[in-house]
Design a protein around this ligand. Structure first.
Ligand code: PGA
Length: 244
């Protein structure tokens, strides 16, 4: 595990993006998995700038969905696909067929899981899997207690996740379930990058990185990944003993 603590959010975002660009430049084919949320916005902005300024050829670059709120589609601000489209896909020259995203409006969500699993099977394993961390330690929608052996699946959202979700949506949106790639696919990624910023994340970051590996804190499993890079701002890293 490599822990990189930067002074503030913008430097954390820049350093994480530099790592992604650096790995990208050394590979022709790359399968990325990026998270939505408050945390990754700065990093994604830097990645877009890097792709464009370095004139990275995206014909052999692919993006797979991390997760989505069941019942929400691209038309809803706050959905993961809406976020990814606005922040990333619309800003780079990526062929449409190089993107595979859960359709969380579909009647058959198991089929959606199969579509994403097959994409990862065909083009994977994921080369660069970027993750945020939930206040409960979730990764994507791998909520507390989830098995570490799963691939894509549908899951009941944890109460913390439901509560936190209010920050993304207008009042009338009510989310109960999520669809997500599984810990098995995350752990098979060649490189995993975790980003977290702010004092409100300090406790869960400490539990995930320095606590015991437990199903109750899904992010703690990342301690076992052998190419795992953490980018934090000072506040999120303020309770850590190691790496400071
Ligand atoms: P956030 O979400 O970046 O909006 O804090 C992180 C997460 O829930 O994974």
């Amino acid at each position: 595990m490599h822990i990189n603590i930067q002074q503030d959010y913008s430097q954390m975002s820049k350093k994480a993006a530099d790592k992604i660009i650096d790995t990208t430049k050394r590979k022709e084919k790359v399968l990325y998995c990026f998270p939505a949320g408050d945390t990754p916005t700065g990093m994604i902005k830097e990645v877009v700038a890097g792709f464009n300024s370095e004139k990275i050829d995206l014909q052999e670059k692919r993006f797979v969905s991390l997760d989505e709120w069941v019942g929400l589609g691209a038309g809803v601000p706050g959905s993961c696909l809406n976020y990814m489209t606005n922040n990333l896909y619309s800003k780079i020259n990526i062929p449409k067929e190089n993107i595979c995203f859960f359709n969380a409006l579909a009647d058959d969500l198991q089929e959606q899981c199969a579509i994403v699993d097959n994409f990862i099977e065909e083009f994977g394993p994921i080369d660069i899997c970027v993750l945020g961390i939930g206040m409960n330690g979730h990764l994507g929608f791998n909520e507390n207690g989830v098995s570490f052996d799963l691939n894509s699946h549908v899951i009941e959202l944890d109460e913390t996740t439901k509560k936190v979700s209010a920050k993304y949506f207008s009042d009338e949106v009510c989310v109960k379930r999520g669809i997500t790639i599984g810990i098995n696919q995350i752990m098979k990624a060649k490189q995993v990058i975790l980003i977290a910023g702010g004092l409100h994340k300090a406790k869960i970051v400490k539990a995930a990185l320095e606590g015991e590996i437990t199903y109750e804190v899904p992010a703690s499993v990342l301690q076992k990944h052998d190419n795992f890079h953490v980018f934090l701002d000072e506040a999120a890293g303020s309770l850590l003993e190691k790496g400071r």
